[in-house]
Design a protein around this ligand. Structure first.
Ligand SMILES: NC(=O)c1ccc[n+]([C@@H]2O[C@H](COP(=O)([O-])OP(=O)(O)OC[C@H]3O[C@@H](n4cnc5c(N)ncnc54)[C@H](OP(=O)(O)O)[C@@H]3O)[C@@H](O)[C@H]2O)c1
Length: 295
């Protein structure tokens, strides 16, 4: 066996029943929200699933429910994407999925706190989860999909990638990285018949706003018309990425498409600052934390 075919076997070899009869989708952040919804909709479309997140028992429950409903195979994969050795294990697992056809880099979390007060380590974790994991897993997946000349890569960014805001600096910055990376990957993958999409949703009802790091965010203060459901967002994302002339960016719903246009207008930053002005004024009365304290 020459080197090239030995490498092919390493890349395309398979060591589990996952993908034996069906194409495979890998979804990060599958234990909740958008990721869980991708799992349901891709199972309904006939994919076997590798379900990735930190909460293994939640993934196991999802596995049982999805397999009972759709008769596909799935595999829970416990992984903290912020830990390099965990991420490496996942890259190795993906490299052994010969029938990989869908990769959804969806795992993520929010932060809503004035920057001088935040825990800098958590800000670095956000870089690991949003940027480093998306970068490494995109390559792991594209190597297989480009070799197969078929596949779909969805990287979940956010409408926040197109703007900026008080108390969400690192979130906007890391999601801008995901958006920019994915738009370029679209061109790298296209010649091989592989579609890449940066998904940029607005507010979606998920577990996102209920986490410890988002306790500064009051969901009730956001107007109802801004909220989307995960079912709608995922349906739009999957329909868009499967199109032959798939676009590099998908923004579900007209209201957010219009908002994205607005963000590109000259002087839009004046409007954005005005939208944040009330919040900024409220923060003025807060006492900044001492150097050794964080939230
Ligand atoms: N909801 C919105 O309004 C909104 C808007 C725009 C973009 N987004 C983006 O959509 C994506 C999905 O979020 P969601 O709204 O569905 O929120 P969610 O319900 O809180 O789900 C987040 C998922 O990410 C996983 N995750 C978080 N940190 C992780 C880590 N270190 N390692 C592995 N998995 C991790 C969580 O699983 P475990 O806790 O089990 O690890 C969970 O499955 C995120 O990238 C988010 O930025 C959300």
């Amino acid at each position: 066996m020459d080197t090239a075919s030995a490498n092919d076997e390493t890349i395309l070899g398979n060591d589990s029943l996952l993908g034996r009869d069906r194409p495979v989708a890998v979804i990060t952040g599958a234990s909740s929200g958008l990721g869980e919804e991708y799992a349901w909709q891709l199972a309904a479309a006939g994919y076997d699933l590798l379900l990735v997140a930190r909460r293994e028992t939640v993934l196991q429950k999802l596995q049982a429910a999805i397999e009972a409903t759709y008769g596909i195979r799935s595999e829970p994969f416990r992984c903290n994407l912020a830990i390099p050795s965990d991420l490496a294990r996942l890259e190795e697992r993906i490299a052994r999925i010969a029938a990989l056809e869908f990769m959804v880099n969806n795992a993520g979390f929010g932060f809503d706190s004035a920057f001088p007060n935040v825990d800098i380590e958590q800000q670095c974790t956000m870089v690991q989860v949003h940027c480093i994991a998306t970068l490494r897993l995109s390559q792991a997946a594209l190597r297989i999909m480009c070799a197969r000349r078929k596949g779909y890569l969805i990287n979940v960014s956010s409408i926040a990638a197109m703007t900026f805001g008080t108390s969400v600096a690192q979130y906007c910055a890391t999601k801008a990285y995901v958006l920019s990376l994915s738009r370029s990957l679209w061109g790298d993958a296209k010649p091989y018949g592989v579609n890449v999409q940066a998904l940029c949703p607005g507010f979606v009802h998920t577990g996102f706003h209920a986490t410890e790091t988002m306790k500064g965010f009051d969901k009730s203060k956001m107007p109802g018309f801004l909220w989307l459901t995960s079912r709608y967002v995922v349906r739009k994302s999957l329909a868009a990425v499967r199109k032959k002339n798939c676009r590099d960016v998908s923004i579900p719903s007209l209201r957010y498409k219009l908002l994205a246009l607005l963000f590109r207008m000259p002087f839009s930053s004046i409007l954005i600052r005005a939208l944040y002005a009330k919040r900024d004024a409220a923060r003025k009365s807060e006492t900044p934390l001492a150097p050794e304290q964080t939230v």
